[in-house]
Ligand binder design. Structure first.
Ligand code: HEM
Length: 510
């Protein structure tokens, strides 16, 4: 077979990764293990190169400087909506996020951020503790009696358990009581159909006439109607309006905040837009959080000394030890969950090795010179390419981190260490915060550590995610000792990097 044309078209084009089959390009090695593939490309081509991925030309810029070049770039030049809109609009619905003009989207981010206020997050910790405890009391995997032949009481599939716990806890908190009450009555099935239409295949070929796409479109309509009906019911009964229900649980949900919000041009946020934003919350928080808690538990189960230290941290802060040795735990507050040093390190380290998004895309609207910080070559990324940032590469780079493959929460303890420095830059503590239209945030795009993205598209769910993950892990370690002999390999074929099967963790009740 003749080799594909891999000579750049113009002298200023970045080098093109060698591939045998035109159109398919590097899809197979990249899809199977993007981290291995991108590190190999860095060896051959440097920090900036172009790969062909199913007909699309993707220019990758690696390292902290590469992240900054792409995520710190101007939206008129590197555009997220052009890259994401075709496959996200069928799932999220019309006129929100990437289907809305940028200033409207930034307003929508501001509205959602208002719903993720500290007041609301404070109310959620107890609700999440209750949901997890209730799940553990009912789910069949956690009902085994102690065994006389094994140290362990039973086993659970960690990804299944975390997916179920994540949707239960998100439903109870952000999504509100109507969603929580309907979870077993059709909502979960609609979610599954929506999710089935949100895969790498749909991302690469949004217009293929697949059965999964038909189901997704039907689910989007029904899900939107479900929320619009809730809004109408709440409005009719006078139950809604932000702040009106301060003392009731459902006064803290996202719908309460979104109702009555106005865009900067004075237009009201419409019912169907609120419904679609609720779907965005659902899709934005589900796999990211469930994947992260699953990975954290797998590493804890594989590092029982760290799990034991995490348990002791819980006992020290929230436990009362009775004469018979039994420990009784009290509820945590939001501030307490966020101030647990080891919990924080466990989450940071898990997100370093397993950032849910291993690549972040933008569409190139104008020929753009590559910053000289990145390469000594005078490359220009041509209009019509996509640019791709891959923070996982800088988070796993052996040139930056000691033994980057090793899950080691203690790397975050040294205040002068690489990890602490990367985190400081990510939070941009001393730098000027920037307002992209949804409130001031740290830019953070210069850091080699950026699991929540950076710049104008930076995640607004970070505080919620830390609170949700910290609370779930706390309840798990309070209840169980965990064990797995090896951490599963990473499956990169899903939208979010997830643990391959088998991923059964053994547990023993404390
Ligand atoms: C462990 C949990 C999470 C991780 C690691 C994560 C990661 C990210 C990343 C990397 C981005 C940037 C995407 C880009 O630049 O293209 C992002 C954006 C975003 N995330 Fe999250 N996320 C998490 C949880 C959540 C949750 C719980 C929510 C909602 C409640 C959420 C809502 C959003 C939204 C609305 C954006 C903005 C997208 C944009 O401006 O284009 N995320 N997230």
């Amino acid at each position: 077979m003749a080799s594909a044309q891999v000579i750049p078209r113009r002298a200023t084009d970045p080098p093109v990764v060698f591939h045998w089959v035109p159109f398919v390009g590097s899809a197979i090695p990249y899809g199977n293990d993007p981290v291995k593939f991108l590190f190999e490309c860095r060896e051959k081509y440097g920090n900036v190169f172009t790969m062909i991925l199913l007909g699309k030309r993707m220019t990758i810029a690696l390292g902290a400087k590469g992240n900054n070049f792409i995520l710190g770039g101007k939206s008129m030049v590197f555009n997220a909506a052009d890259a994401y809109q075709p496959f996200t609009t069928p799932v999220f619905g019309k006129d929100v996020v990437y289907d809305a003009p940028n200033d409207k989207f930034m307003d929508q981010k501001k509205f959602v951020k208002a719903g993720l206020s500290i007041t609301n997050l404070r109310a959620y910790v107890r609700m999440i503790e209750e949901e997890v405890a209730d799940y553990l009391a009912k789910d069949s995997a956690f009902q085994s009696s102690p065994s006389s032949t094994s140290k362990w009481d039973g086993q659970f599939d960690v990804l299944r358990a975390m997916q179920e716990i994540t949707i239960l806890t998100a439903a109870r908190t952000l999504q509100g009581k109507e969603v929580r009450d309907n979870l077993d009555k059709g909502y979960a099935a609609l979610y599954a159909d929506l999710d089935g239409g949100f895969t790498p295949i749909h991302m690469m070929f949004p217009y293929l006439p697949l059965e999964s796409s038909r189901k997704r479109d039907r689910a989007q309509k029904l899900m939107q109607k479900f929320y619009v009906d809730i809004i109408r019911k709440r409005t009719a009964s006078g139950e809604l309006g932000s702040g009106k229900q301060e003392n009731l649980e459902d006064g803290y949900d996202m719908l309460s905040t979104l109702l009555g919000q106005q865009y900067r041009d004075g237009q009201e946020l419409k019912e169907y837009e609120i419904a679609n934003l609720m779907i965005v919350m659902l899709m934005g928080g589900q796999h990211t959080s469930s994947g992260t808690s699953a990975w954290a538990l797998l590493h804890l189960a594989n590092n029982p000394d760290v799990a034991e230290a995490l348990y002791k941290e819980q006992v020290q802060h929230f436990g009362t030890v009775h004469a018979d040795g039994k420990v009784e735990f009290r509820s945590m507050t939001f501030e307490e969950v966020r101030a647990l040093p080891l919990m924080d390190r466990v989450l940071r380290e898990t997100l370093r090795i397993h950032p849910p998004f291993h690549c972040i895309l933008r569409y190139v609207r104008e020929d753009t010179a590559v910053s000289p910080e990145l390469t000594s070559e005078s490359y220009v990324v041509p209009k019509g390419h996509y640019v791709m940032a891959s923070p996982i590469i800088s988070q796993m780079d052996p040139l930056i981190w000691d033994s980057p493959e090793k899950w080691d929460p203690s790397r975050w303890t040294d205040p002068e260490g690489v990890a602490a420095e990367a985190y400081k830059v990510y939070l941009d503590e001393n730098g000027e915060k920037i307002d992209y239209g949804f409130g001031k945030v740290s830019k953070g795009s210069d850091s080699p550590y950026q699991p929540f993205g950076a710049g104008r598209h930076r995640c607004i769910g970070e505080q919620y995610a830390y609170m949700q993950l910290g609370t779930i892990l706390a309840v798990m370690v309070r209840n169980f000792e965990l064990w797995i002999d090896r951490v599963p390999e990473i499956d990169y074929h899903t939208m979010i990097a997830l643990p391959k099967e088998p991923r059964m963790i053994s547990y023993r009740r404390r």
